[in-house]
Design a protein around this ligand. Structure first.
Ligand code: AMP
Ligand code: FES
Ligand code: ZN
Ligand code: ZN
Length: 319
């Protein structure tokens, strides 16, 4: 197998693109592909001040590396969720994010959920869901809230995440299996800040296969946390990824075409918000100021503050 650009020994064969490349051509090909997505979906400009959410994993750290190489101005944000799972997951992933930023002289914000809001994500899950569920939904809520809050308060032009094609295809698979129209409307490479209190959200890796990103991190010498979150074991998203990988093995390119056809369908007017949805009343959460359609507090503040306030009230009532 030879590199199709220079004829040297290839290190990767991407059947989905009918392309094999040597190490140096692959390490240039990836940023080139990301830049194409940035232009194609009008994601960013070189004048934007960007915030990238970094988990310490291969996708977000590779994306930081790629954007740095492409000359974008990007700060990082690591959110300490307090997940241990017997493998010190949060503690170790923070080390990878800190080392990456230090070695390249990049700025990393670190926000620890327990220091900021009094409880770790697992503690919050025990209190609000009484441990009946995994912490993943509480975790997602906390991450979205913290990311949005920091990006807004520090005046960043956009918030970036490292979601890759496999992530996006799995989300799309779940959303179409259950035909969750409201989620389909909002899924895409760019989510505009079309409501007060929201920040523009961008996924520059949305067309990159997970395998391509793993190869980029490995060949580019990027050190990242290899373990998955301990709570991800047995999750629906991993199950959907496995199904899509089986499909991809038989039909190379199936995952990419599934996602790109969806984006085309959206451009053709499918999955657009109805007049009712556009007119849906939203207000600013009285506690944190983020936009919400729920009455009263937003979902995050209800979970993180209301139960605690209620507990205090119950205690006062009991005196
Ligand atoms: P996940 O939801 O774990 O698949 O992660 C998707 C994306 O969310 C990652 O690529 C990061 O951009 C971001 N992310 C996940 N966990 C964290 C974290 N602890 N701190 C900051 N960003 C995160
Ligand atoms: Fe949030 Fe696993 S990363 S529960
Ligand atoms: Zn080559
Ligand atoms: Zn709120």
């Amino acid at each position: 197998m030879h590199c199709q650009k220079c004829g040297e020994k290839a290190v990767i064969n991407m059947r989905q693109h009918k392309l094999s490349l040597c190490k140096s051509h692959f390490l240039d090909w990836v940023p080139d592909q990301v830049e194409r997505s940035i232009v194609r979906y009008r994601m960013l400009t070189h004048h934007d001040h960007l915030l990238l959410a970094v988990s310490g994993g291969k996708d977000s750290l590779s994306l930081w590396d790629i954007l740095f190489r492409l000359g974008y101005s990007v700060d990082g944000l690591y959110i300490g969720l307090g997940i241990d799972g017997g493998v010190k997951y949060s503690e170790n992933s923070l080390k990878y994010a800190l080392n990456f930023a230090r070695d390249r002289n990049l700025f990393l914000h670190v926000i620890d959920v327990q220091a900021e809001y009094g409880e770790t994500v697992p503690m919050m899950t025990m209190r609000t869901l009484r441990g009946r569920n995994k912490p993943c939904s509480v975790c997602g809520l906390a991450k979205r809230h913290v990311m949005n809050q920091l990006a807004r308060s520090q005046g960043y032009d956009a918030l970036l995440t490292g979601h890759n094609l496999d992530d996006e295809a799995a989300i799309l698979f779940g959303n179409t299996l259950n035909w969750v129209g409201s989620y389909l409307i909002h899924q895409g490479p760019v989510l505009e800040a079309d409501r007060p209190g929201l920040v523009r959200k961008v996924k520059p890796l949305c067309r990159m296969y997970e395998r391509e990103m793993a190869a980029y991190a490995l060949l580019g010498g990027i050190q990242y946390i290899q373990e998955e979150c301990p709570h991800a074991v047995g999750s629906t998203s991993i199950y959907y990824k496995e199904i899509l990988n089986k499909l991809e093995a038989d039909r190379p390119g199936a995952k990419l075409s599934f996602y790109l056809s969806f984006l085309q369908a959206k451009r053709d007017g499918l999955f657009s918000p109805t007049a009712d949805e556009r007119a849906e009343s939203v207000h600013s959460c009285p506690k944190c100021g983020q936009s919400t359609s729920a009455p009263g507090l937003c979902a995050f503040c209800r979970m993180f503050f209301k139960d605690k306030d209620q507990l205090v009230l119950d205690q006062v009532d009991g005196l």
